[in-house]
Design a protein around this ligand. Structure first.
Ligand code: C5P
Length: 234
């Protein structure tokens, strides 16, 4: 399957639908994050899933287990194909999330969405980890949380492409690794992403899905940009 998930980081449902309509068939799915979800709500997710799109609902739930379970239940009802939580919420919270996904999907007779976890936000560094009381280095903390995620029964993690190799060797080949921070070769160093890989590099390193935003959504012709990236992966 096409591993490209396009980040619909736009401010309105109309813009998101226009992009999705232009890209449908050339990418593997769409990511709806906090900006679009807060503006357009769950009907935005339903709008795309009802057209057959795979939607990664990137709301990074982090709360007490009962509340996260309720949020995941609501997410499954929108038809989301992938949802996520923060691994730092702990294994009880993560188990509650997967359990809620299973139960709700069973009740609705549909496949359970993939449930993945954010290990450490890529905006953080070793200094920021120290600040919140984490003594480990970034890489050790990422691998520690990836193992915890796997043992809690989740399907995978969101990670920087530079962390793929360490997570693959700790968690094996069946674990899903979703990577943002992707820039085509002719766009390295663009935008605010500091440590990037090209789509082909990320795939070779073992990325399962890559989240790509501006290189596609801000291109003069988004579909052409998506097709070019997909071709670079074949
Ligand atoms: O436009 P760009 O390709 O940089 O978009 C990447 C998407 O992935 C954005 O929605 C961003 O919020 C998200 N993301 C990220 N880094 C993370 C987690 C999510 O860039 N560690």
């Amino acid at each position: 399957m096409n591993p490209i998930l396009v980040a619909l980081d736009v401010e309105s449902a109309a813009k998101a639908i226009e992009l999705a309509d232009a890209l449908r068939g050339s990418v593997g799915g769409f990511k709806i994050g906090k900006q679009l979800f807060t503006a357009a709500g769950p009907s935005m997710v339903r709008e795309l899933t009802s057209r057959g799109d795979r939607v990664f609902l990137d709301l990074k739930f982090h709360d007490i287990p009962n509340t996260v379970a309720g949020a995941v239940q609501s997410a499954v009802a929108t038809g989301a194909w992938m949802v996520n939580v923060h691994a730092s919420g702990g294994s009880a919270m993560m188990k509650a999330a997967v359990e809620a996904a299973k139960k709700t999907a069973d009740a609705l007779s549909r496949p359970r969405p993939l449930v993945i976890a954010v290990t450490v936000l890529t905006s953080m560094n070793d200094e920021a980890l120290q600040e919140i009381g984490v003594g480990r280095t970034m890489m050790d903390q990422v691998v520690h949380l990836a193992r915890l995620t796997q043992s809690a029964g989740l399907d995978g993690v969101v990670a920087s492409p530079l962390e793929i190799a360490a997570i693959r060797s700790a968690c094996g080949s069946d674990f899903q690794i979703v990577t943002p921070g992707i820039r085509p070769a002719d766009q390295q160093g663009k935008d605010d992403q500091a440590r990037t890989m090209t789509p082909a590099e990320a795939m070779a390193a073992g990325s399962s899905y890559m989240v790509i935003g501006r290189p596609i959504t801000a291109a003069p012709n988004p579909r052409e940009a998506a097709e070019k990236i997909a071709a670079s992966l074949r």
